[in-house]
Design a protein around this ligand. Structure first.
Ligand SMILES: C[S@@+](CC[C@H](N)C(=O)[O-])C[C@H]1O[C@@H](n2cnc3c(N)ncnc32)[C@H](O)[C@@H]1O
Ligand SMILES: [Mg+2]
Length: 259
């Protein structure tokens, strides 16, 4: 048994830790505990629960309505690590400025960012969205099609990124990637960037936008972007999706061409 005197002595330290890391506790509660309880209660996956909510609350064929409904669910009901509305604005702006014709997304999850990208693309542009998890991809497919995007605009590729990138030219006829959005496991960022460099699919001015480079963070990726001399790098400061108080950021890399 801990004596009351010892407990009292540690109380200020415990309170300080709780106050300092309160947003991380909120994240743990929303992303892990609520999800676990809901998994047990509903017997379906969190992604399927999100889809059921969107299906019953959003307007089919209206990407704005799908995204707003998804944002509401992630803020008020459960947490999913979509790029979210605030960092989403950075993505929207870059897409509007650059009007890319061929876009690659690594990490589709439920299709939130795929819908966000697709709604900003110019006519005739194509998004290849890569997701290695079959169950996530099934939900993403339903959400992307519910938003009104067909296979010609958004092609979902269900495979790990390191298997897809080397085959983009041969299997999908891609000649150049104008825009790459990275939002898959952070440990894959650097190896996949190097695969992209080796693929010859990046051209001068191609943009790579990488989410979560501050939290959870991708230090090796940032170091390479800074030191390789291949990119102009800018980090857009932001906060983590749907949780205020946790600092995050997106890295924008502009490819300068191979020397
Ligand atoms: C953070 S979620 C993506 C969120 C999504 N971009 C959005 O904003 O709506 C990350 C997803 O990447 C997928 N993933 C992780 N590593 C991958 C890889 N190497 N290849 C393909 N998918 C991957 C995971 O299965 C997960 O669904
Ligand atoms: Mg992310």
């Amino acid at each position: 048994m801990v004596s009351p005197a010892i407990a009292l002595a540690f109380l200020p330290m415990i309170l300080t830790l709780i106050i300092r890391y309160r947003y991380y506790f909120v994240l743990f509660y929303r992303a892990v505990l609520v999800r676990w309880v809901q998994d047990c209660l509903t017997g379906i996956s969190r992604e399927e629960r999100a889809f059921q909510y969107i299906l019953t609350h959003a307007t089919p064929g209206n990407p704005d309505s799908i995204l707003d409904t998804f944002d509401y669910w992630c803020s008020k009901v459960e947490f999913i690590s979509n790029i979210g509305p605030k960092k989403g604005l950075i993505l929207d702006r870059l897409l509007k400025e650059t009007c890319p014709l061929t876009v690659l997304e690594l990490g589709t999850h439920c299709g939130y960012s795929a819908v966000r990208i697709a709604r900003s693309l110019p006519v005739g542009a194509r998004l290849y969205s890569v997701e290695m998890d079959q169950r996530n991809a099934q939900v993403a497919e339903k959400i992307i099609r519910l938003a009104g995007f067909d296979d010609d605009t958004v092609e979902l590729i269900v495979q790990p990124s390191d298997e897809v990138i080397p085959r983009l030219r041969e299997d999908y006829g891609v000649e150049r990637l104008d825009f790459v959005f990275m939002d898959h496991w952070k440990r894959c960022y650097l190896p996949d960037l190097q695969l992209l460099e080796g693929s010859g699919l990046l051209g001068e001015g191609s943009i790579i936008l990488a989410d979560n480079v501050i939290f959870p963070g991708a230090p090796n990726f940032l170091r390479h972007a800074r030191r390789s001399g291949l990119y102009e790098l800018r980090v857009h400061r932001a906060t983590l999706e749907y949780i205020r108080g946790i600092r995050d950021g997106m890295a924008e890399l502009v490819f300068l061409g191979l020397k």
